[in-house]
Write a protein that binds this ligand. Structure first.
Ligand code: SAM
Length: 327
């Protein structure tokens, strides 16, 4: 095994795999009109293709996988995917990002299949605001699913909240009340511009650092970052069961800590969420004896990974919305 490294000295133990571009929510900043299937686009990777893909990445040092989408739980064979991925000896951590609509119903099935970390998107703790952002009045059931995950002892339970000016950016006190009792890792994510959301971005983008300062002023202490950790700067406080993470993609040096690569639902490698191109890998996933071709194809492309994204210049690459790439 030769760990993959790019020309900026970064390693990539972490792979984010999109299981489908489809989503059942209509989040204002992502798919405000809901998911629209495109004609003539290939279907998502099959279980066999996923297995071959991950065997190849194992050769390159990957040991953490996050399943995402679109919404991974709209895929009917999700439990089988989880079981298959968890059974790969190289996969030490299997995480999933979900909107949580099936969490309360499927949690135990997913945990039995091998899921050991979950991120649930909860953009607001206010029921009406949540419904306005997502298009679905499902907050109570989703929070019930989160409580179930904590009670069941799922090793990592995180919540994602995208910060939106004049929509949910005054909810810190409410979140602090929640974190007193709930041992979750809350991530405040700064809204990112994508190909489709420029007008929305202009109206609702707010710097995460502003919130981070308030958290620090309230006595929260920064934690050291693990090698396979996600992009958040994490904080803890002795009076709270939960932690807070800040994901600030526009902050200086955000990309210096990049340790992940992405695979779209149809098997394209994306070196960056906001890159200008995808590298099709599906042709290397058709037979078990193609492992070397796959490893060579990935190894041969990693040198094209840029040092940073170009979001500050408004360049969003080929990503119309995060559901398309796997956020
Ligand atoms: N459907 C799943 C979910 O709701 O978590 C997984 C996919 S979703 C694209 C992954 C994460 O990306 C969610 O937490 C979502 O809120 C976040 N996201 C989507 N578009 C974003 C944007 N433009 N800026 C920041 N975060 C975004």
């Amino acid at each position: 095994m030769t760990p993959l490294a790019d020309r900026h000295g970064r390693r990539f133990p972490y792979l984010r795999l999109s299981l489908t571009p489809a989503c059942n929510f209509r989040c204002t900043y992502c798919l405000p009109h809901g998911y629209q299937a495109e004609n003539g686009v290939a279907g998502p990777l099959s279980l066999d293709e996923i297995t071959r893909l991950l065997r190849g990445f194992a050769e390159l040092g990957m040991h953490k996988v996050r399943l995402t989408g679109g919404e991974p739980s709209v895929r009917r064979d999700l439990t089988a995917v989880l079981r298959t991925v968890a059974a790969l000896p190289s996969v030490k951590k299997l995480a999933m990002t979900t909107n949580g609509t099936l969490l309360s119903r499927r949690l135990h099935e997913w945990m039995d299949a091998g899921l050991n970390a979950i991120n649930v998107s909860v953009d607001s703790l206010d029921r009406a605001t949540f419904a306005r952002i997502t298009g679905h009045d499902r907050l109570d059931d989703i929070l019930h699913g989160v409580d179930m995950a904590l009670a069941a002892g799922l090793p990592a339970v995180k919540l994602n909240a995208v910060l939106l000016r004049d929509v949910n950016d005054a909810e810190l006190p409410r979140w602090l009340d929640y974190l007193r009792e709930h041992a979750v890792g809350l991530r405040f994510i700064e809204l990112m511009q994508t190909g489709d959301n420029l007008a929305f971005f202009r109206d609702h983008h707010v710097r995460a650092e502003t919130l981070e300062e308030r958290i620090r002023d309230a006595g929260w202490q920064a934690l050291p970052r693990a090698a396979d950790a996600g992009p958040a700067r994490e904080y803890q406080h002795p009076d709270y069961a939960g932690r807070i993470g800040i994901i600030a993609p526009y902050s200086k040096d955000f990309c210096a800590g990049c340790n992940r690569l992405r695979i779209t639902a149809t098997g394209d490698l994306r070196l960056c969420l906001f890159g200008e191109f995808g590298i099709p890998l599906r042709q290397h996933l058709q037979r078990d004896d193609q492992l070397e071709d796959l490893v060579r194809a990935v190894g041969g492309q990693i040198g094209r990974k840029e040092q940073g994204h170009f979001l500050h210049q408004g360049r969003t690459g080929i990503t119309p919305h995060l559901a398309s790439t796997g956020g």
